[in-house]
Ligand binder design. Structure first.
Ligand code: HMG
Length: 396
């Protein structure tokens, strides 16, 4: 067995799912009485995926994990780490529902992790440690979320829904994780969701400042620990609550590194990392990983051997800056056509149906209810609740 330090660990396969419905942001702009360009240009979002009543973080995660299962032999998987900030139970991990729905082997440990949008990166770093300590094992990491703010609030145009699943191993076909990483934690109230609320609370402008501070501090830690110089990074995938946030972040990073990149140059550089995020919206834990898939599938440049930076931010707050090396031949394991099909086949909903979906809730008094099949896609749905027990069904 090789020494742990020499083991290369990274992403062997990656897949995503999103909700079955979508709304154009012009509809939300009309409801807010603002020009469409405030959202299309000002925050850089065109659409957002909308979860229907029978979709939740479990069904989204199951669809993404199932796609990985269809393409890979998962007998070496000993751990499933599910990252979410829209968990469905205060005790039971959403990952255990996913494990059952997808039919993973019983000899697997399952955990749910939480720290706002950051926790999938925490899960990825823990997965690296597990795989490094026993290179014969693989880990499934799945990030899944439904971003929900109050109707009429500033956060409303930055909602979304989706999941990204990744198979982590010592045979990374997509990317290999570099060392070191840079980390930063600061106890701030920029965005949070108390247990009694279905929608998040946010101090919008302050959250942008907190994000940028976490970026500079994480970058400083990454650099101090011997990270790659800025000039070696081909591009950066940022956490994208809305795509314009990535432009603000990259400008900040360029300034810290005394780079003279113009806004236009940054926009061109980041464009491939934003194409799917523009159409899906904020997916909290999954957002930066959607940006990675978008880059891999939409970059005109061949990224074989490219060093890419990543900045993961979770309000509250935790940030981590890290980098990875794209593996030669990665293009054989991705499919732009498959991704675009998933986005194109969503059902477009109007404002009233969106409101209906937004307000839909399950009984909270222990009574039972069936959940009507609406626009769920991906093969798994929440079919009902029986005395506070969620019931799922596989309709593949
Ligand atoms: P707002 O107050 O509605 O928007 O909220 P604004 O007035 O600041 O305008 C936004 C931009 O649009 C501005 O550009 C305007 O100039 C421009 P900027 O100054 O930023 O470059 N604009 C226009 N552009 C073109 N044509 C027009 C036009 N009108 C205005 N006609 C805010 C914006 C982001 C605060 C809001 O969307 C919000 O509260 N979002 C939720 C919070 C958020 O996403 N924060 C990001 C950092 S925190 C984070 O990433 C963590 C998070 O994902 C949660 C987690 O970790 O779990 C949120």
């Amino acid at each position: 067995m090789p020494m742990p330090e020499s083991v290369t660990v990274g992403i062997e396969d990656i897949a995503f799912s999103t909700a079955g419905s979508v709304i154009d942001l012009s509809v939300i702009a009309d409801a807010h009485g603002v020009p469409h360009d405030k959202f299309y240009v000002g925050i850089g979002q065109n659409q957002m995926s909308v979860a229907g009543p029978d979709e939740d973080p479990v069904t989204l995660a199951a669809a993404a994990v199932d796609e990985i299962k269809q393409r890979n032999d998962l007998t070496a998987v000993r751990t499933l780490l599910l990252a979410t900030e829209s968990g469905v139970d205060q005790s039971k991990s959403a990952g255990v529902f996913v494990h059952g729905l997808v039919g993973l082997h019983p000899n697997v440990r399952v955990l749910e992790l939480k720290q706002a949008c950051y926790s999938a990166t925490g899960a990825l770093m823990l997965a690296r440690s597990l795989v490094t300590s026993d290179p014969s094992e693989k880990v499934l990491v799945v990030a899944t979320d439904i971003a929900k703010y109050d109707i009429g609030s500033s956060g409303e145009p930055t909602q979304g829904a989706g999941a990204v699943a990744m198979l982590i191993s010592t045979t990374p076909r997509i990317l290999a994780l570099d060392r070191p990483t840079g980390v930063y934690t600061d106890d701030v109230m920029d965005f949070w969701r108390p247990n009694h609320r279905k929608t998040a609370l946010v101090d919008g402008k302050f959250s942008i400042e907190a994000y940028l501070r976490a970026l500079s501090e994480s970058w400083e830690d990454y650099s101090a620990r011997g990270g790659r110089p800025y000039s070696e990074l081909t591009t950066v995938c940022f956490h994208q609550p809305f795509t314009k946030m990535a432009n603000k972040a990259h400008r900040h990073l360029a300034e810290i590194n005394s780079s003279r990149q113009t806004g236009e140059e940054i926009a061109t550089l980041l464009d491939p990392t934003q194409i799917y995020n523009r159409r899906i919206g904020n997916t909290y834990t999954a957002s930066m990983y959607f940006s990675l898939i978008s880059l891999l599938e939409n970059s005109e440049k061949d990224l074989d051997g490219a060093h890419v930076g990543f900045f993961s931010y979770g309000s509250g707050s935790v940030g981590e800056f890290w980098s990875a090396t794209i593996q030669p031949g990665y293009r054989n394991y991705i499919s732009r056509e498959n991704s675009v099909r998933k986005l194109d086949c969503r059902t477009e909903v109007g404002y009233l149906e969106y409101l209906d979906f937004h307000q839909h809730g399950l009984p909270e008094n222990g009574s039972s209810a069936e959940v009507e099949r609406k626009t769920s896609s991906g093969g798994f749905r929440l079919s009902g609740i029986d005395s506070d027990r969620r019931r799922y069904e596989n309709f593949i």
